[in-house]
Design a protein around this ligand. Structure first.
Ligand SMILES: [Zn+2]
Length: 121
């Protein structure tokens, strides 16, 4: 009875891990698409509207297209800075863990079910 319960618990933990991995992959892909699409469309907007006809407010008076171009430029600067910081952080983290020879995939296996810890005493 205990053995069957343990197998069932292990099977449930395996299914939950598989689902969690699928969700993580989906959100990672979504973030990647956003990180590719935002600079792409911002650059395209800046390129297509760099020589536009200003509206009646003029370039220094708050022309709507000039304001949008400025926002797109700021977005590109922010994304560029963020990507550089993320690349440095992940590169540093991976090299640090590589020096320690640490396998982070083992962390997800550490659960009371996987370790077969009895919590009823
Ligand atoms: Zn303008």
């Amino acid at each position: 009875m205990d053995c069957a319960h343990g197998e069932l618990a292990n099977r449930f933990a395996s299914i939950m891990k598989h689902r969690r991995n699928r969700m993580l992959r989906f959100f990672a892909a979504l973030i990647c698409i956003c990180l590719i699409a935002a600079p792409l469309f911002s650059s395209a907007f800046i390129l297509t509207h760099s020589r536009h006809a200003h509206d009646h407010l003029g370039p220094s008076g708050g022309c709507a297209t000039c304001v949008s171009v400025k926002i797109a430029e700021n977005l590109l600067k922010a994304l560029g800075s963020m990507l550089i910081i993320c690349a440095l952080f992940l590169g540093g983290r991976n090299s640090f863990l590589g020096i320690l020879n640490f396998d982070s995939s083992n962390l997800s296996l550490l659960s009371p079910v996987a370790l077969k810890v009895r919590l009823n005493n």
